[in-house]
Design a protein around this ligand. Structure first.
Ligand code: TTP
Ligand code: MG
Length: 410
């Protein structure tokens, strides 16, 4: 276990982008187009624009969003095709089916482009590089399309990596601040995700040429010129720092867990410990999906099968086990009215889910929450390395030893 675990990445994000997507599908379906300058878009007679061009046509200067009339002048020998969106959507679904084999954390950006969070996948399928490589190969084998794939410790780096050596690229930025910096430093500023031509032009005026130049520039000086928030954001990106989560399109409505006991439970402490295990599990799943809960629902079934649910909303959305547990315990104590009855089933569900906001992730108002988040992040990393069981059990043993029923202060 120790050896393979050492190779697992603390965070592994892949970005996949199909090469010359619409044109590639046309060439797949009509082999006579292969190797030819193909332009997919509105026909040049009208006022249409180019959707995409094959690499052969791009040599003539043709690119996406260019007026078709101009493209026809640049590349008179081009073969023109009207877009067939249904077909592209179908191929897109085939590609996504390959992704879905390896992770359920898939964030599509368009039909031909997606982020994949492979962090947790490593436990099942091995190191992130192996998984990303396999995804690229299976896309080609099963769909006939070529994907360029970037793998890195975060979204921003992965996106740059997939793009930098297109076509048919497989670029890995090894985890670590030094690796990220070395990868980014020589790149032109326009490569940074979020730096458009306007910003780039301003930065060039100040003598900044490469991403490395921005990373090294005096922070105060940059803050005076761009405003503090933008300057900090830009320098973080230039250093390769980016903790935005991969957010799957079909975010679940709720995430919960429940358990039916072999024998009815009477002791409060035991029920509250059970809720702690659920809170840990639910919070881990929230964080893995980049979600926060706006509320929590407690479900209790008594020995006589009467069932009730009680709900509570949070003032601030959360993805921390402590908050979920505290809310569950509060509901159990104050809102259930057990009157000595034994409990047959108990469940805890996080509700009102929404993508985690950066503000909530970084600007915790109080020290305790900061500490809880640090613990949660550590637990997430340990789970990646050693599996849920090891970590969960340790937490619960701790609660059990003290037997207080409020291990949230741990
Ligand atoms: P892209 O991934 O930007 O382009 P691409 O896949 O054709 O080429 P590359 O190898 O550089 O990735 O966009 C994916 C598809 O989206 C593209 O095939 C056509 C469509 N598209 C438009 O219709 N209009 C546009 O302006 C762009 C940029 C893309
Ligand atoms: Mg593409």
């Amino acid at each position: 276990m120790a050896e393979p675990a050492a190779r697992l990445w603390p965070r592994a994000i892949a970005h996949a982008d199909l090469d010359q997507f619409y044109a590639a599908v046309e060439a797949l379906d009509f082999p006579e187009l292969r190797g030819k300058p193909v332009i997919v878009g509105g026909m040049p007679g009208g006022r249409g624009v180019v959707s995409t061009a094959s690499y052969e046509a791009r040599k003539f200067g043709v690119h996406s969003a260019m007026p078709s009339s101009q493209a026809a002048r640049l590349c008179p020998q081009a073969i023109w095709r009207e877009p067939r969106m249904e077909r592209y959507a179908e191929k897109s679904r085939e590609v996504r089916a390959v992704f879905a084999r390896y992770t359920d954390l898939i964030e599509p950006l368009s039909l031909d482009e997606a982020f994949l969070d492979l962090t947790g996948s490593q436990r099942l399928f091995g190191a992130a590089e192996t998984i990303a490589r396999r995804i690229k190969e299976e896309i080609l084998e099963e769909t006939g399309l070529v994907a360029s794939v970037g793998l890195a410790q975060n979204k921003s780096l992965a996106k740059i990596a997939s793009d930098i050596r297109k076509p048919d690229a497989f670029v890995v930025v090894q985890p670590g601040a030094a690796e990220a910096a070395a990868f980014l430093a020589p790149l032109p500023l326009g490569r940074l995700w979020g730096v458009g031509p306007k910003t780039e032009a301003r930065l060039r005026e100040w003598g900044l040429r490469t991403v490395g130049d921005v990373a090294r520039w005096d922070a105060e000086r940059l803050a005076r010129r761009l405003g503090r928030a933008s300057a900090e954001e830009l320098q973080a990106l230039a250093r390769g720092e980016d903790d935005r989560p991969v957010v799957s399109e079909e975010a679940p409505q709720s995430i919960g867990r429940e358990n039916t006991f072999a024998e009815d439970i009477h002791a409060d402490g035991e029920l509250e410990r059970e809720l702690l295990a659920f809170a840990e599990d639910v919070a881990t799943r929230l964080r893995a999906r980049g979600l926060q809960a706006g509320g929590v629902t407690l479900k209790v079934r008594f020995g006589d099968f009467t069932t009730l649910t009680r709900a509570e909303q949070f003032e601030e959305p959360t993805d921390l086990a402590e908050a979920l547990h505290a809310a569950g315990v509060k509901l159990l104590r104050a809102k259930v009215g057990r009157q000595g009855r034994g409990v047959r089933l108990i469940g805890l569900t996080a509700t009102r889910l929404a993508p985690r906001t950066e503000a909530a992730a970084t600007l915790f108002p109080d020290e305790k929450a900061v500490k809880q988040r640090r613990v949660a992040d550590t637990l997430d990393r340990l789970r990646v390395r050693f599996g849920d069981e090891a970590v969960t059990r340790a937490r619960l043993l701790e609660g059990r030893a003290r037997n207080t029923g409020t291990p949230s202060d741990a």
